[in-house]
Design a protein around this ligand. Sequence first.
Ligand SMILES: Cc1cc2nc3c(=O)[nH]c(=O)nc-3n(C[C@H](O)[C@H](O)[C@H](O)COP(=O)(O)OP(=O)(O)OC[C@H]3O[C@@H](n4cnc5c(N)ncnc54)[C@H](O)[C@@H]3O)c2cc1C
Length: 459
Amino acid sequence: MQYDVTIIGAGPGGIFSAFELTRLCPGLHIAVYEAGHPLEKRRCPIDGKTVKSCINCKTCSIMSGFGGAGAFSDGKYNITNDFGGTLFEHIGRSEALELMKYVDEINMSHGGEGTKLYSTAGTRFKTLCIQNKLNLLDASVRHLGTDKNFVVLQNLYAELKDKVDFFFDTPVEHIEVLPDGGYRIRSAKDTVDTRFCIISVGRSGSKWMETVCRDLEIPTLSNRVDLGVRVELPAVVFSHLTDELYESKIVYRTEKFEDNVRTFCMNPYGIVVNENTNGIITVNGHSYEDPSLRTENTNFALLVSKHFSEPFKDSNGYGESIARLSNMLGGGVIVQRFGDLVRGRRSTVKRIEEGLVHPTLQATPGDLSLVLPKRILDGIIEMIYALDRIAPGTANDDTLLYGVEVKFYNMEVELDEHLESRYPGLYVIGDGSGITHSLSHASASGVFVARDLKSRQAL
Ligand SMILES: Cc1cc2nc3c(=O)[nH]c(=O)nc-3n(C[C@H](O)[C@H](O)[C@H](O)COP(=O)(O)OP(=O)(O)OC[C@H]3O[C@@H](n4cnc5c(N)ncnc54)[C@H](O)[C@@H]3O)c2cc1C
């Protein structure tokens, strides 16, 4: 065997597996294969001037490379079992929380010190939300910010680079189970044999992960996609909440259809950005820790989960079709004023220019009612009015809605309580496993398998 452990994917899951393995077992031969670039070479060509929209690079620098999908993210590490994944279902609630706290400590000792840890514990907003039919979920959130998140990744790489063999721009193509134990990993550049393998390929590796599960007959489950819009409004409208909690995860049950609509990924004083998933442009957001990089706006997503029952199985395909529709009409992301949406008319460049909220993303003014299914749109409008009761101004005519925001869920891979597949020593972690959907859960799953390898596999 050339390697003791081969890790596929250098996102938070892969990085924290490598970090913990090198700490627990120095001298181990570890390889990390990453489809994307090293951190310093990651650069999205969209500059808003010469390149205004996605040009479909061979590997997307936003989603791939050292740091994974989280590298340019807002760096919000939510320490909670209430959202961000279902890791606790496999490893238990207290262990999952402990691991998330451990990840936080590592981040703090690698450049994140000084950043704020927010908490919903004992907040007065819980009561205010309940009085208005809104449910504020419990969490602690460490906000690293896009700038500090990058520094933490730089420091982690500096610490790992001499202990681990990194292969960048090298997607793994095939995994073969060896008859006498171990795995043969074929990449775009070479083939190596390894005793253990940790797959951590995130959202961008979801299609490849499907082929691995098909080839190796690993059972999977898939039935959920989240659809909605990103809301952008003056930061003062939400500042009483964001100053105290930073991110408030609020759930609203609609009166019309009894669907749950929730806030997601709140970015105080932040910017709205494009996201490219397999060539489809959707919307996302982030913000900076550095006050000089702040804007006057806050943005967050409002999402509705769509679960499908038999016979339909392709929930991500459904989300993709709706995102494609918005791309077809708008050439990318569509933006609409809330006032235009409720009046049943499209937004225009002029109406947006005359509005109170200056968009932080250049998107095409249009009509989201031509894109989103009525039931989902009705739920979002209801929730905007509900939020207006705790944050007056949310339902202003000039509030901007960008669409569509889609949260794709990887199919869930069948794994045991060690996050091990039906093949001994073949682990699947992070968002690629379908079990996690966040930086903290993905990172925690990486630490978990490293410790599991050390304790159970006699490394
Ligand atoms: C713009 C944006 C903002 C976000 N903001 C937040 C936030 O503030 N807080 C939060 O909790 N979450 C956030 N997320 C989600 C978060 O980034 C992910 O949950 C997290 O990165 C998952 O980590 P991971 O290691 O499982 O996967 P990823 O980070 O997706 O990493 C997987 C890596 O595997 C590589 N890969 C894929 N296929 C292969 C292959 N075949 N061979 C080799 N390598 C491969 C990919 O290139 C990628 O680098 C955000 C995501 C985006 C896109």
